[in-house]
Design a protein around this ligand. Structure first.
Ligand SMILES: [Fe+2]
Length: 316
């Protein structure tokens, strides 16, 4: 597959690879599942999976083959669908997407796989960029759907901001009774909890419209906001909403302000009794996220969930 200019149509081979993974098609599959009529939604959430463009980072902070292993574990999980929180490719180029889509095909997941756009899925991971290729391959970058009594909203924070139009749309789609869950690539930076290495991660998330975002999800009584971007795990309850950082899908585990850096995915159950998540680490161990509120002070250094996990977790 040959390189092409940013804005030219994707090569036909790539369009062919992507066709079955288009969001509209995945949502159609999801709507036809018997689980759609149930009262409890069961799904998996997987964070950043791009292994890093630079071999030295892969060598120092990553290992081979995390994504296929995560996919194999998700196949065994009680999940009707999977949401991947963005940064599926190192950079939004045709050959990178083609490689990822072939991996996805090989994973033989057997259930809908929905994507959130991350900054790496854009034409450039940092700086000015566009999302043309992602949208040509998958469809809209902001979308919502209902499944098993819950409204799910996927929101594009890949450009490190939410526009006024996005916020208006978010208010509208969250103006519904019942349970609501939001997926977005970056944490809102004002939570101040999850920093990282270099200018891309130093502020730990998106800034433009971030406070308004929190006001909107609090007013709408959203149950969960799931986020990636920072390659770690963390939980924070903020103004009635639980924010769960789950960025350990398979990307390099860079040193960052977050203490809990390990590869994992979440298996989530969202029903009348509330939302419960089980964190599945790559080594097969798992734990449930406790329901008790978590209020962490911002900017006071690394913080750890190991107190919930026991000393055997220390080497994870
Ligand atoms: Fe990211």
């Amino acid at each position: 597959m040959r390189f092409h200019d940013d804005r030219r149509p994707p090569p036909p081979e790539l369009l062919g690879l992507a066709r079955r993974w288009r969001t509209e098609r995945q949502l159609g599959r999801l709507a036809r599942l018997p689980a759609a009529a149930a009262g409890t939604a069961r799904f998996a959430v997987l964070g950043d999976v791009e292994p890093s463009r630079f071999w030295i980072w892969r060598r120092l902070f990553n290992r081979e083959g995390v994504f296929p292993r995560q996919m194999a574990a998700i196949r065994a999980a009680p999940a009707a669908f999977v949401v991947q929180l963005g940064d599926m490719v190192e950079k939004g180029r045709p050959e990178r997407y083609a490689r990822f889509l072939r991996q996805l095909r090989r994973a033989d997941l057997g259930r809908p796989y929905l994507t959130v756009i991350g900054n790496h899925d854009r034409s450039r991971p940092n700086g000015s960029s566009h999302s043309t290729l992602y949208r040509r391959l998958f469809g809209r970058a902001n979308y919502a759907f209902d499944h098993a009594g819950t409204r799910f909203v996927v929101l594009d924070s890949s450009a490190r901001r939410l526009t006024a139009a996005q916020r208006r749309w978010l208010r509208l789609v969250l103006d519904a009774p019942g349970r609501k869950v939001v997926f977005t690539h970056m944490p809102p930076a004002h939570l101040g909890l999850w920093g990282g290495v270099g200018p891309a991660h130093a502020i730990g998330g998106f800034t433009g419209g971030a406070r308004e975002f929190s006001e909107i999800v609090s007013a709408a009584r959203v149950s969960r906001v799931y986020m990636g971007h920072v390659h770690a795990f963390g939980v924070q309850d903020y103004r009635g909403v639980r924010y769960v950082l789950t960025g350990g899908g398979g990307s390099a585990l860079f040193p960052s302000g977050a203490a809990d850096r390990f590869h994992h995915f979440l298996a989530v159950e969202c029903g009348p009794a509330g939302v419960r998540e089980r964190v599945h680490a790559l080594d097969g161990r798992s734990f449930e996220i406790p329901a008790a509120p978590v209020i962490l002070p911002a900017h006071d250094g690394p913080r750890s969930w190991r107190r919930f996990l026991g000393s055997t977790w220390a080497g994870a």
